[in-house]
Design a protein around this ligand. Structure first.
Ligand SMILES: Nc1ncnc2c1ncn2[C@@H]1O[C@H](COP(=O)(O)OP(=O)(O)OP(=O)(O)O)[C@@H](O)[C@H]1O
Length: 721
């Protein structure tokens, strides 16, 4: 990578410190340099959440089919993660979705040898024949017993043959497991791992913009179920977990059950020995009676669906459950004693979600069908008992019939459950395939974009030249823009500090300027529209320490190398970054660069678990220094350096040292005390209020203006006087 040792610009949104009630200032007091208010035309050009959703109508066929699978009879969409019922409409949609789902699985199956796959299919098919074989073997054995009981002569060879067949049939199931089980485990494990790995890769590639689109989030939620990360909600309100191999294993279960059904039906038709002339009647009636109980299953009406409000309350219930059980909430729950409130709120939410279950059970549609099944089953036995009474049927035939009938009922039940699972897996994997497609399509588009290379300007300065013209941004789902008509220029090597009220838009502006969000208006990097660059090439030239940095439960080495993974084993580089972040003492506390850090805060609590024994817990400020080291490790490659509230958890000495280092990066002037003193050294200072720049200039010009900046500066200077 090319290195830049020349001055680099940094954008430093400096937030006003607590203790000054600056939020009391009304918007009307704002001294506005430019008229940044949106006129009607500008408002029209700012994308509203609705126009964003409309644009999603252009989505692919997979997306449309996935959406169709969520449609309910009343026209509303089924809640995410709620099982689709087994209806003809869903089966038809499933058939259309199948080629897309198969694409996902065929990619994963390529990793598995065809021989192994065929072995699995054959072993499962043989499993389907075993119940019929067992039934037949038992019937033959019973025939021998009956002959013996009625005093007929015993044919020894027949008894031996029947016993051997019974033994073989009963041990066949165990033998099949012994021989093929490992292969089945291997195939499903490989399939699961490949799909989960691809899913992780896809999620890693998603940008913050992707993740702020509600439709994408919906797709991701359903995609996360098929990889076993999240659960599905059954019609009875129970949680169930699926795995990627569910699709394969349950498709094979369907095949197995088809074999079971065919083998048992042929057994019933061809192998019930009867002794009288009413053979055909008995066979026909017995045969068709077997179909009735399972058929009744398919005509059960679906459970009612949840309303939006019930769905939201169910999420609230889970959230409250999480607050009660997760240790990260413990401190506040315990100290503020709001555990009882959590329990009470859970009960309130539960009372409302109970309405759904009451509705489900008041319409217990399963009952008449279960009763019908039982009646049919009883009538089968009554019919057969009568046949036996009239000596139309033998004991062995009766047993064979009973075995075959129950095997058929079980097979239909398993067939139905497997079909339900395959159908669900089909829709969920379609959601996953759509996410893959989106990411692939975007990657292809990006391949044709420009690669950013830092230029040297006419004054010999390296770094990015950033120019924003009428830049606006609205968070997807928000009803008003967070940034409105921002106009500013940062020259290479220049420093910009952003100041303003909480919620003014400083972090949002920084993230938009970094290319993390899509925007309206123009953003030029070295004179070229930012959207024309491949974002990865821009990010390779950017470093940042975010306000909401992460604490990784990893080694010190890994915690820093997050900023530049190529330096993972470059000890001197990592140690230099630690020193720049003021975090050298962290290495001392952890023992070495390989010491494990614990993000849970309180060491005793963390060490309550054996796996946490060798971890080092850090203070808030120490974690912030680690995050700074992460940002500093890539400063040599960076043309844009961003610090968003880098000193919020630092003590006064550490803060002073940090800004000294930041200024040495950008060659700014030497510093004074406290936070605003660091801001005054920036080449440009912008005051952000209500998503617009209300003042921009250097410290002297803004002080002379006597506007908002001068007011902020005076307030903080007074606080330190
Ligand atoms: N993910 C989001 N979705 C919708 N709106 C958001 C989101 N994040 C921020 N906002 C809104 O954007 C506005 C600007 O927020 P931003 O975080 O940029 O402010 P800030 O100036 O950095 O505030 P602070 O000083 O408190 O960090 C706020 O009104 C906030 O409600």
């Amino acid at each position: 990578m090319e290195r830049t040792d020349a001055p680099q610009p940094y954008i430093r949104p400096s937030k006003l410190t607590a203790g000054h009630d600056l939020n009391d200032h009304s918007e009307s007091e704002t001294t506005t340099l430019n008229d940044f208010d949106l006129n009607e035309k500008d408002k029209a050009s700012t994308p509203s959440p609705i126009t964003q959703r409309k644009a999603d109508d252009d989505r692919s066929d997979i997306y449309q089919l996935w959406l169709e699978s969520r449609k309910q009879d009343d026209g509303n969409l089924r809640a995410l993660g709620h099982v689709r019922p087994l209806t003809w409409a869903n089966i038809k949609t499933g058939r259309k979705v199948l080629p897309f789902s198969l694409r996902l699985f065929s990619r994963a199956l390529r990793e598995i040898s065809l021989t192994r796959l065929w072995l699995m299919i054959i072993s499962k098919a043989t499993q389907g024949v075993i119940p019929a074989w067992k039934g037949l073997a038992l019937a033959n054995l019973l025939d021998c017993v009956q002959d013996a009981a009625t005093g007929n002569s015993i044919d020894r060879s027949r008894v031996i043959a029947a016993t051997t067949m019974a033994l073989l049939s009963y041990s066949a199931a165990h033998l099949r497991t012994l021989i093929f089980e490992r292969n089945e485990e291997f195939v499903t494990e490989k399939l699961d791992q490949k799909i989960i790995y691809d899913y992780m890769r896809m999620r890693i590639k998603l940008s913050p913009t992707d993740l702020s689109n509600q439709d994408t989030l919906d797709l991701l939620y359903e995609a996360s179920i098929i990889v076993g990360e999240s659960h599905i909600m059954t019609a009875k309100g129970q949680k169930r977990w699926l795995s990627p191999s569910t699709f394969l294993t349950d498709t094979i279960v369907i095949l197995t059950q088809i074999v079971t059904v065919i083998s048992n039906l042929s057994l019933l038709w061809f192998n019930i020995p009867t002794r009288s002339s009413d053979v055909l009647i008995i066979r026909t009636v017995a045969f068709f009676l077997c179909f009735l109980p399972p058929l009744a299953e398919f005509f059960q009406p679906a459970h009612p669906s949840m309303t939006k409000e019930e769905e939201a309350l169910l999420s609230r219930q889970w959230m409250l459950n999480w607050i009660a059980s997760d240790e990260s909430y413990k401190q506040e729950v315990y100290l503020f004693d709001w555990g009882n409130w959590v329990l009470k709120e859970w009960e309130v939410a539960k009372a409302k979600t109970d309405d759904y279950y009451k509705r489900t059970y008041s319409r217990n549609t399963a009952l008449p069908f279960t009763a019908a099944q039982e009646c049919i089953q009883l009538s089968q036995y009554a019919f057969l008992a009568l046949s036996a009474y009239s000596k139309s049927i033998s004991v062995s035939s009766l047993t064979l019939y009973q075995n075959a009938a129950s095997a058929l009922i079980r097979a239909f039940q398993d067939f139905k459950n497997a079909l339900l699972n395959v159908l669900e897996a089909c829709f969920l994997s379609a959601a996953l395939e759509e996410c893959h497609r989106m990411v692939e399509e975007r990657d292809q588009k990006r391949a044709g974009l420009l690669t950013y290379a830092p230029a040297v300007d006419e004054k010999g300065r390296k770094g990015m030249r950033i120019e924003a013209k009428n830049l606006s941004f609205t968070y997807p789902g928000a009803d008003k823009p967070s940034l409105k008509n921002i106009n500013l220029t940062i020259e290479p090597g220049e420093t910009l500090a952003l100041v303003g009220f909480n919620g003014g838009g400083k972090t949002t502006l920084v993230k938009v300027l970094m290319g993390l969000f899509e925007y309206e208006g123009e953003l030029l990097i070295d004179g070229i529209e930012a959207k024309s660059y491949n974002p990865a090439s821009l990010f390779a030239r950017t470093t940042a320490c975010f306000q909401d940095f992460q604490k990784y439960n990893m080694t010190v080495r890994e915690n820093i190398a997050v900023g530049k993974w190529s330096s993972l084993y470059e000890d001197s580089e990592l140690e230099a970054a630690l020193a720049k972040g003021g975090a050298s003492d962290v290495m001392g506390a952890a023992g070495s660069l390989d010491g494990l850090l614990c993000p849970y805060g309180v060491p005793q609590a963390a060490k309550a678990r054996p796996e946490d024994d060798d971890k080092t817990a850090l203070s808030g400020g120490q974690w912030q220094r680690m995050a700074l080291a992460r940002a500093f490790v890539r400063t040599n490659d960076a043309s844009l350096v961003v610090f968003d509230e880098p000193s919020s958890a630092l003590d006064a000495k550490a803060e002073h040292e940090l800004f000294e280092r930041i200024h040495s990066l950008s060659l700014s002037e030497s510093g004074e005390r406290a936070r605003f003193s660091t801001v005054r050294k920036a080449d440009k200072i912008a005051v952000i209020e209500g998503g617009t720049i209300s003042e921009i200039g250097n410290h002297e010009s803004l002080m002379k203006l006597g506007g908002r900046y001068a007011e902020f500066f005076k307030l903080q200077a007074d606080a330190f006087a």
